[in-house]
Write a protein that binds this ligand. Structure first.
Ligand code: LMR
Length: 410
C-alpha cells in the first residue's frame, strides 16, 4: 500500500562513504584504501596522536572533569585557542577585537553555519564560487540551504598545475560581491596550492571586485608540517582585504579527531561594531540545530593548544604525519618511474597535503578497484596517507597495469 512518502526517490550512496563501505566489504587481503582523507600510520592503521593520548589522560585525571553541557558558543578556551592557531597570536583581528568565533561540528558544521549566515545576512550575492574541482560535499552543503554554486578555474588537466590565469579571470568576471570559497592549504582534491605570489594576486583580485572570501581550513599543518605556514593565505587575507572574512576550521585531520566533530567558525570583521549581535545570531543557529556543541573533542584540543608541552608534541605529530606522507609520495613516484609507467608522475611529489590528484581516469580508477582492490575516488584523487612501505610497490604495479591496459593514456 502506498503512503504519502512512497514517492521519495532513492539516492546513490555518498561517493566517499560508499567507497569506504565497498572497501570494508572487500575480502581480498591485498586491498588498499586510498579513499577517504584520514591519516594512516606505517601499518595502514588509524593513528591516535601522542599529543591526544596525553591530553586525554590529563583530562580524565582532573578531579573536576565532568560531562556537563558546554555553553551554546562552545568551550571558551577551545574557541579562543582555535582562533589563535588559524589567525596567529598577534593577529590584528584578535587584538582589535573584530573577530566573532563559535564552536562547530567540525569543518562541515562550520561550512553549514557559514552558509546559514550568508543565506540570512548577505544581500549582495547568494552564489558561492567553488574551485574546479573541489571537495564534492561543498556543493550540497551550500545548495541544501538554497545558495547557488558556480565554479572558478583551478586545475589545468594538461599541465597538472594551477590555472592561475583562468582563476584570476573568473574572479574578475564574477559579479561584484560574489562569495568565493578558498581552500587555505592542501587543496582537496588536487593537493595543489597557489604559491605566495599567486595568493597575493588572488587576494588583490578578490579585493578589487569586493568579493566575500570564505576560507575552508581543513588541513592546517598537513601541507607543510608547519601551522603558521599553512595559515599564511588566511593571515595575508586579513592584512589585505577590507571585506569581512569567513573562516571554517576543522580539527578532524590535524588533531586526528575525525569522529569527534570538532571545529570552529570565525568571522573577521572590518571593525568591532555589532560583534555581539552577530554572535547572538550564530548562537541561535547552534541552539536550534544541536542545542550546544560536543564537549569531549573541544576539551582535548583546548588542552593541547594551551599546554606548552602538549602543543610542542602536537607540532611534532604534524611533522610526523606530513613527512610520512611526503615520503610515500616520493616512493610512489619513484616506483612508477622505475616501472616505466607511461605518463609523467612528478606531480605526485609536487602536490602536498593528504591527497594526490593522480590524473588517472574514471575507467582506470574503476579497474584499480575491480582488478587490484586498490580504492580511490573516481576523480583520480588518492589519499596518500593510505600508502606505506608494505603496499606502495603493489599500488605502483597496479597503476602501471591499468595505465597500460586502458584506452586513455595519461
Ligand atoms: C575527504 O575529502 O576524504 C574528507 O574530507 C572526508 C570527508 O568527510 O569527505
Amino acid at each position: 500500500m502506498s503512503h504519502i512518502f512512497s514517492g521519495i526517490q532513492q539516492l546513490p550512496p555518498d561517493a566517499l562513504f560508499g567507497l569506504k563501505a565497498r572497501y570494508t566489504a572487500d575480502t581480498r587481503s591485498e586491498k588498499v584504501d586510498l579513499g577517504i582523507g584520514a591519516y594512516r600510520d606505517e601499518n595502514g592503521k588509524p593513528w591516535v596522536l601522542p599529543s591526544v593520548k596525553e591530553a586525554d589522560k590529563l583530562i580524565h585525571e582532573d578531579p573536576n572533569f565532568n560531562h556537563e553541557y558546554l555553553p551554546i558558543q562552545g568551550f571558551a578556551s577551545f574557541v579562543d585557542a582555535a582562533a589563535k592557531v588559524i589567525l596567529g597570536d598577534e593577529s590584528p583581528a584578535i587584538k582589535q577585537e573584530r573577530l566573532v568565533s563559535i564552536q562547530t561540528l567540525s569543518g562541515t558544521g562550520s561550512l553549514h553555519i557559514a552558509a546559514k549566515f550568508l543565506v540570512k545576512f548577505y544581500n549582495q550575492s547568494q552564489t558561492v564560487y567553488l574551485s574546479k574541482p573541489t571537495w564534492a560535499n561543498h556543493y550540497q552543503v551550500f545548495e541544501s540551504l538554497g545558495l547557488k554554486t558556480a565554479s572558478y578555474s583551478y586545475w589545468n588537466t594538461e599541465t597538472k598545475s594551477l590555472d592561475i590565469e583562468g582563476y584570476l579571470n573568473d574572479i574578475n568576471n564574477a559579479p561584484e560581491g560574489s562569495i568565493f570559497l578558498l581552500h587555505s592549504c592542501a587543496h582537496n582534491p588536487t593537493g595543489l596550492d597557489p604559491t605566495r605570489d599567486e595568493w597575493i594576486k588572488i587576494l588583490e583580485a578578490l579585493k578589487s571586485k569586493n568579493h566575500l572570501p570564505l576560507f575552508d581550513s581543513a588541513y592546517q599543518g598537513f601541507a607543510s608540517g608547519d601551522l603558521a605556514n599553512d595559515a599564511w593565505a588566511i593571515q595575508k587575507g586579513v592584512e589585505i582585504l577590507e571585506t569581512p572574512i569567513l573562516i571554517c576550521q576543522s580539527f578532524a585531520k590535524n588533531v586526528g579527531m575525525y569522529g569527534e566533530r570538532i571545529g570552529a567558525f570565525h568571522l573577521v570583521l572590518p571593525t568591532s561594531d555589532n560583534k555581539s549581535a552577530i554572535l547572538s545570531q550564530l548562537q541561535t543557529f547552534i541552539r536550534s540545530e544541536i542545542s550546544n556543541p560536543p564537549a569531549y573533542g573541544a576539551k582535548i584540543v583546548s588542552k593541547i593548544l594551551t599546554t606548552p608541552s602538549l602543543r610542542k608534541q602536537w607540532e611534532q605529530d604534524l611533522i610526523t604525519m606530513s613527512q610520512r606522507i611526503t615520503s610515500q609520495r616520493i616512493a610512489l613516484r619513484d616506483a612508477l618511474v622505475q616501472l616505466g609507467t607511461p605518463g609523467t608522475w612528478d606531480h605526485i611529489v609536487n602536490q602536498q597535503g593528504m591527497f594526490s590528484f593522480t590524473g588517472l581516469t574514471k575507467e582506470q580508477v574503476a579497474r584499480l578497484e575491480s582488478k587490484h582492490a586498490v580504492y580511490l575516488v573516481s576523480s583520480g584523487r588518492a589519499s596518500v596517507a593510505g600508502l606505506n612501505n608494505h603496499n606502495v610497490q603493489y599500488v605502483a604495479k597496479a597503476i602501471d597495469e591499468v595505465v597500460r591496459n586502458t584506452d586513455t593514456k595519461l
